[in-house]
Design a binder for this molecule. Structure first.
Ligand code: FAS
Ligand code: PHB
Length: 389
């Protein structure tokens, strides 16, 4: 099989890139390791920046988003019993939209056939070849048959554990990483949210986040040691802990119910540079990971593929080499600013093991500064709603 761009991975990055290229008539194929049901079954992000919703609107894939997404004009930082509201709309003129990553993926997946975006699911042993040449290829097995796709470019959209980044010789790249000493235990439940906006809480017992998926479905998190086992957290224990950590106002609005999904995700900050090697481009989690505190992971995947699709469209339509040459630097400039924001909010809202009275005093002082400073709130707001592309 021959194509223009072989896209590895049918997550948000791979699907968005595939749709953006097909919308311009550029040949591409998505090769996905898992089955469609598995891809849809992953419960992940929930908050979309305007840069991401603009992309869905540009693709004409915003009908369900507009019907079911919840537009959020602000969010809260809970500091003990105090709720500090960051009025993102008043401070930046922008909002974020709560619309689960699962729904974004479903919309992209459902639209693929009618838009001529071929997705090969259940691809085994996906391997990249000749990425330093002008004629790279991807081999894999499908239904027990060996397959090869010859392409001009390969887009590695295969997430943190995929083969694309690993295909780049160690000498050609640099990785920067911080693994956090805790994870997030998340619960998804069909209960009304406790608050109509997100609440991030820094409590003496630990971090908590009250998020939502709709007016009838809620998403909550607490931080737990990385050694924790989700089996130690029956629903009632988790609801009790959430009520304490989120504070009395949120607890008063909380409705309990059985978990639809409950799991622990590790937190890390990670960047691989450069995001291009020869004919291989990396996008999304394949190149970088942020702690979910800033709600940036999915949104960075969207900004990466906005830049990458612009560059590839320029190459295929205008033989413009400059844009593909500039992709990595352009994407990394936004990646690093989002890495900083995600790390900074994680540092502010979590109690790290080994933190002493000084570290806690710094958190209290920063939260007090934020509570009383429009400038500080504006800085947080403009990062949260999404920095300009
Ligand atoms: P993805 O990981 O979503 O997609 C990669 C795709 O590549 C997958 O479909 C995978 O099956 C496929 N793949 C992997 N190996 C392959 C191979 N060998 N061959 C072919 N295909 C292969 N972000 C937020 O903003 N907020 C959150 O709350 C949040 N929670 C998260 C919770 C968890 C447990 C995880 C892991 C991530 C979370 N994230 C969150 C980040 C997440 O949303 C990512 O940023 C987002 O999925 C990135 O999209 P992709 O880059 O497309 O990568
Ligand atoms: C979510 O709803 O899953 C979510 C929202 C905001 C975050 C992280 C996760 O910062």
């Amino acid at each position: 099989m021959k194509t223009g761009v072989a896209i590895i991975g049918a997550g948000p990055a791979g699907f968005l890139l595939g749709h953006l290229l097909r919308a311009e008539g550029i040949e591409c194929v998505v090769v996905e390791r898992a089955a469609p049901e598995y891809v849809l079954g992953r419960i992940r992000a929930g908050v979309l920046e305007q840069t991401t919703t603009d992309l869905l609107r540009r693709l004409g894939l915003h009908e369900r988003l507009d019907a079911e997404g919840l537009v959020e004009a602000g969010f809260c930082l809970a500091d003990g019993e105090r709720l500090i509201r960051i009025d993102t709309q008043a401070l930046t003129g922008k909002t974020v939209t709560v619309y689960g990553q699962t729904e974004v993926t479903r919309d992209l997946m459902d639209a693929a056939p009618a838009r001529g975006l071929e997705v090969i699911y259940n691809a085994g042993d996906v391997t990249l070849h000749d990425i330093e040449s002008d004629a790279p290829s991807v081999t894999f097995t499908h239904n027990g048959v060996a397959q090869r796709i010859e392409a001009r470019f390969i887009a590695g959209c295969d997430g943190f554990h995929g083969p694309s980044r690993r295909a780049i010789p160690a000498r050609a790249g640099r990785e920067v990483e911080r693994v956090y000493p805790f994870g997030w235990l998340g619960i998804l439940a069909d209960v009304p949210p406790c608050h109509d906006e997100l609440i991030y809480a820094n409590h003496e017992r630990g971090f908590a986040l009250a998020s939502l998926r709709s007016k009838a479905r809620s998403r909550y998190y607490i931080d737990v040691p990385m050694t924790e086992d989700v089996a130690n957290w029956p629903d009632d224990r988790l609801w009790d802990e959430l009520a304490v950590r989120l504070g009395p106002e949120a607890a008063a609005g909380m409705t309990r119910g059985p978990a639809i999904e409950k799991s622990i995700a590790q937190l890390r900050s990670y960047v691989f540079e450069p995001m291009r090697h020869g004919s291989l481009f990396l996008a999304g989690d394949a190149a970088h990971i942020v702690p979910p505190t800033g709600a940036k992971g999915l949104n960075l995947a969207a900004s990466d593929v906005t830049y990458l699709s612009d560059a590839l469209i320029g190459w295929f339509k205008r033989h413009d080499n400059d844009a593909i040459a500039g992709y990595s630097a352009r994407a990394l400039a936004r990646v690093w600013k989002c890495e900083r924001f995600s790390w900074s909010l994680t540092r502010l809202m979590h109690r790290f093991p080994g933190d002493g009275p000084f570290e806690r005093a710094m958190q209290v002082a920063e939260l007090d500064y934020i509570a009383n400073s429009v400038a500080a709130q504006t800085a947080i707001a403009e990062n949260y709603v999404g920095l300009p592309l």
